[in-house]
Design a binder for this molecule. Structure first.
Ligand SMILES: [Cu+2]
Length: 159
């Protein structure tokens, strides 16, 4: 009788250990069934606002005068870029942005969940946690710079 009790006890202990191991394994798995070994990182990203086609350049490129004129293709606009204009991270990473605006015009850096002013000739720091996977548009939301001044943050699934 004592032996049967011991066998039963051993069986229950083994079963409990198996279930505990199964729970741990499932908790470590992603949706595709493979365990995730990625540890979120801090990524330092420097983004600089750069002029491409601005009014000041009309003296260098005379054709721009027609573009900036009322009714021209750049009427009320100027073309700027972010360098780089694409940033990649993994889900859970923290991005430490250093935003540099070397120009005499203001800009902004707007991502879903983050809006930062970039005053002229200043450097601004901002932190963003990439909580969700996907492709996220960032832009300067000043009307004179939309829709040309933009980029994308690509957040990949951690593996
Ligand atoms: Cu701008």
């Amino acid at each position: 009788m004592a032996s049967a009790w011991k066998d039963r006890f051993r069986y229950e202990i083994t079963r409990a250990a198996f279930l505990a191991g199964l729970v741990c394994a499932l908790a470590a798995c992603e949706g595709d069934g493979r365990p995730s070994h990625y540890r979120p990182q801090i990524r330092d990203v420097t983004v600089t606002a750069v002029p491409l086609l601005t009014r000041e350049l009309a003296t260098t490129y005379p054709f721009l005068s027609a573009d900036f004129r009322k009714g021209g293709v750049l009427d009320g606009k100027e073309v700027y870029a972010y360098v780089p204009d694409h940033v990649t991270a993994f889900e859970g990473d923290t991005l430490r942005f250093t935003l540099i605006n070397p120009e005499d015009d203001p800009h902004t850096f707007v991502l879903p969940g983050l809006a930062v002013a970039m005053p002229p000739q200043q450097t601004v720091n901002a932190t963003y946690v990439a909580r969700a996977t996907g492709i996220f548009h960032f832009e300067c939301d000043l009307p004179a710079h939309k829709p040309m001044m933009y980029g994308e943050l690509v957040v990949l699934k951690a593996q």
